[in-house]
Design a protein around this ligand. Structure first.
Ligand code: ATR
Length: 270
């Protein structure tokens, strides 16, 4: 039986074993998928030990996405851009291949909900690792413009520069943001602490979507703020399922069906 896992610290509350367990039984793959706690300073050792014991691949979450990036022999184009790896694959020759499926996960989830991106104005809040990971797949959908806004304006400007060859992208602080936008994506970690970035009013176009990359049993503060302004709301649960599906596909060459897993995961939150 092929072994897979997710590495993180902390990792106890990870939903990935539930998701991949469902994918595996649905597609009848002989595999196991567990959650593995790695020491903050010991990711590479934990990964090597896992491979030595039959590990064929892994997902990587906070705080190890840069460590995973560093130990790969080969990186996908999108992982190079993101400077992060969330999916490790052991090749036939023992070489380590790294990819990042977070951005594809976001784009697939938006497509699942029939959220159009082509020709649209998209606002992305935040300029950390999570946002860096989604910009290439987002720009590949040909939005009219992507605006990256961040508390620290510099970081958003640098990020926009780093992706400028892929499409129309601007970066700046929150104050300089001018709506209306068709899609507003919260990629800050502010939701975790129940905080709301200082955003201007009139951000949302008619029929706009508000998307939070975080999720929980209750709507995030960002979605609670966006709802009364008429935006249609989505949280990051679907993105989690879709990035998992893409990793699963990379490992097993089978594309699992995600609708039933979305329902199961949503139920598991209550
Ligand atoms: P992640 O991997 O989740 O992206 P990160 O790289 O530490 O984590 O980035 C966190 C992001 O959330 C940053 O854009 C950060 O803004 P700064 O660059 O100005 O620090 C943003 N962030 C965190 N807490 C926030 C808050 N309370 N209000 C607004 N933005 C916040």
């Amino acid at each position: 039986t092929d072994r897979y896992c997710v590495f993180g610290n902390p990792i106890k509350h990870s939903k990935s074993p539930l998701i991949h367990g469902e994918f595996a039984s649905q597609t009848q793959q002989a595999m196991t998928y567990t959650a593995e706690l790695a020491p903050v300073e010991g990711f590479a050792d934990a990964w090597r030990a896992f491979v030595a014991h039959g590990g064929r691949g892994a997902n990587v979450t906070v705080p190890f996405k840069s460590d995973a990036f560093a130990l790969c022999d080969t990186l996908s184009q999108r992982a190079k851009r993101a400077q992060a790896v969330n999916t490790l694959i052991v090749g036939g020759n023992g070489r380590i291949y790294g990819d990042t499926t977070d951005g594809v996960g976001l784009v697939r989830d938006l497509a699942y909900h029939r959220v159009a991106l082509a020709g649209k104005r998209v606002l992305v809040l935040g300029a950390g690792g999570a946002v860096r990971g989604i910009l290439e797949p987002l720009l590949a959908e040909n939005p009219r413009e992507v605006v990256v806004a961040n508390r620290t304006a510099d970081k958003a400007e640098q990020l926009a520069e780093a992706f400028a060859d892929l499409g129309s992208i601007q970066g700046g602080g929150f104050v300089s943001v001018e709506g209306p936008f068709d899609v507003v994506i919260n990629g800050t970690s502010a939701s975790l602490s129940g905080e709301l970035p200082p955003l201007p009013e009139a951000l949302f176009a008619e029929g706009a979507w508000a998307y939070d990359m975080m999720y929980g049993s209750e709507p995030t503060v960002f979605l609670q703020w966006a709802g009364p302004q008429g935006a249609k709301l989505l949280d990051g649960l679907g993105m989690l399922v879709e990035q998992a599906a893409e990793s699963f596909f990379l490992w097993r060459n089978v594309r699992p069906e995600t609708a039933s897993v979305r329902t199961l995961l949503r139920q598991s939150l209550n």
